[in-house]
Design a protein around this ligand. Structure first.
Ligand code: ZN
Length: 413
């Protein structure tokens, strides 16, 4: 898939503190100094534009990406595009347009939003349609291993051996599964939570030939395969391959914890006999006016809309960074207003020749980011520095601080 433009993030000239994340589950990825950090973040289903919840999620993983890069680490970052999925087909049908054209237009809009927000692109940006032969090969492998069963032309994966790792209680899991694309009520399933791997072709939907018949893959297996193939290598199914088949980090919005990340991790384990990821990290949800922001409520705030209304993308980025990624939050227009003022003060301070001392503030900001991406505290430190500068303090280097906050926070003045 095409990708949006990358930005140069050079290694910082001083040693930075080790990143310490409050993970949803797993353990802090321990890496050798020369090892690349293998990170997979679930991408969009391109049926609608990027809303603020998406932006907050991709911004969270962008902070990790940036921090590792300025720390001198090589990052293998893969993101997918779920361009084969029910919501895309439903929206295309509703709007009487082709699913592929709808997908293409929304991917283009997403890329433009990511560029405006200065989110670094993944190394590999892979659409499900591009990975179809690998996904089919993986499903055929699971079928051959006897881990699946057929029901009316569809293929299901037996999830029971993995249920001891369920991240939520079983009764809650059944409810959430039904809400998020699962079919727990389907008659004939061995276990209500078994995820569908292969969907027999339905009228008007695209399909591919496979040993399972003509159809298309289910959602969860798509991510397992794209992640493994792009981060581990084409030989990830090979039992003889000796290198580790575990990636460092799997990420996404907290609405993906169950079922998507639970299922894709179980499937990856069935494919490789190894744990899928060392660590799982999720960005919390963004709501509006006291309610969850969602397509069903019709209260989504779109990035492209805010930008077309003249919102400065750096102000939007600042506003999203001004609250913690790990706590659900409400979007308020006052946050944007406050960020507008704060960014203006920062820009004014950064445009001076003389400025308040910068060495200490750079170290302090790095410590805040390393401490579970505490961006609200990092931005408070910048406010303090801008105030000190406007009060006439001197002794710092504007260029040095500019370079650091651009690399670490993506805030170009
Ligand atoms: Zn995914």
């Amino acid at each position: 898939m095409s990708n949006w433009p990358t930005l140069d993030i050079p290694k910082w000239h001083q040693e930075l503190p080790e990143l310490n994340l409050s993970l949803t589950s797993g353990r802090q990825p321990k890496l050798g100094k020369n090892e690349s950090f293998k990170m997979y973040v679930c991408g969009i289903t391109p049926y609608d534009a990027t809303h603020l919840g998406h932006a907050a999620t991709y911004l969270t993983f962008d902070l990790i990406h940036r921090y590792l890069k300025i720390s001198g680490r090589d990052v293998d970052f893969v993101e997918n595009i779920t361009d084969i999925d029910d919501p895309l087909f439903e929206r295309a049908k509703r709007d009487n347009q082709s699913w592929s054209k709808l997908g293409e237009s929304q991917v283009a809009l997403f890329e433009s939003d990511m560029t405006s927000l200065r989110i670094l692109p993944p190394k590999n940006y892979v659409a499900v349609t591009e990975a179809m032969s690998s996904i089919i090969r993986a499903i055929e492998f699971l079928v051959e291993k006897g881990l699946t069963y057929e029901l009316s032309g569809n293929i299901y994966f037996r999830i029971t051996p993995y249920l001891n790792e369920l991240p939520v209680a079983l009764d809650a899991a059944l409810l959430i599964f039904a809400e998020r694309g699962g079919d727990p009520e389907r008659v004939g399933k061995e276990s209500s939570l078994d995820p569908i791997l292969w969907i027999a072709n339905k009228d008007g939907e695209p399909g591919w030939d496979s040993k399972m018949g003509f159809g298309r893959p289910g959602w969860h297996i798509e991510c397992s395969v794209i992640a493994l193939e792009n981060l581990i290598g084409k030989d990830y199914l090979d039992a003889g391959a000796t290198s580790s088949k575990t990636i460092a980090l799997q990420g996404g919005g907290s609405d993906l914890i169950f079922p998507h990340h639970f299922m894709s991790s179980a499937l990856a384990k069935a494919l490789t006999n190894s744990d899928f990821a060392d660590a799982y990290l999720h960005a919390a949800m963004v709501g509006l006016d006291g309610e969850k922001m969602s397509k069903s409520k019709g209260n989504l705030v779109f990035v492209s809309k805010l930008l077309s209304q003249g919102v400065d993308p750096m102000v939007l980025r600042h506003a999203l960074l001004s609250e913690n990624y790990s706590e659900d939050r409400m979007w308020r227009s006052e946050t944007l207003k406050q960020s507008e003022e704060r960014v203006a003060k920062l820009r004014s301070a950064l445009s001076r020749i003389e400025c308040a001392p910068t060495d200490e503030i750079i170290r302090a900001i790095a410590l805040k980011i390393a401490d579970n991406l505490n961006t609200p505290a990092a931005l408070d430190l910048l406010d303090k520095w801008a105030l000190d500068t406007s009060n006439g303090e001197i002794g710092g280097s504007v260029g040095e601080l500019s370079r650091f906050i651009d690399g670490a926070l993506g805030l170009a003045p």
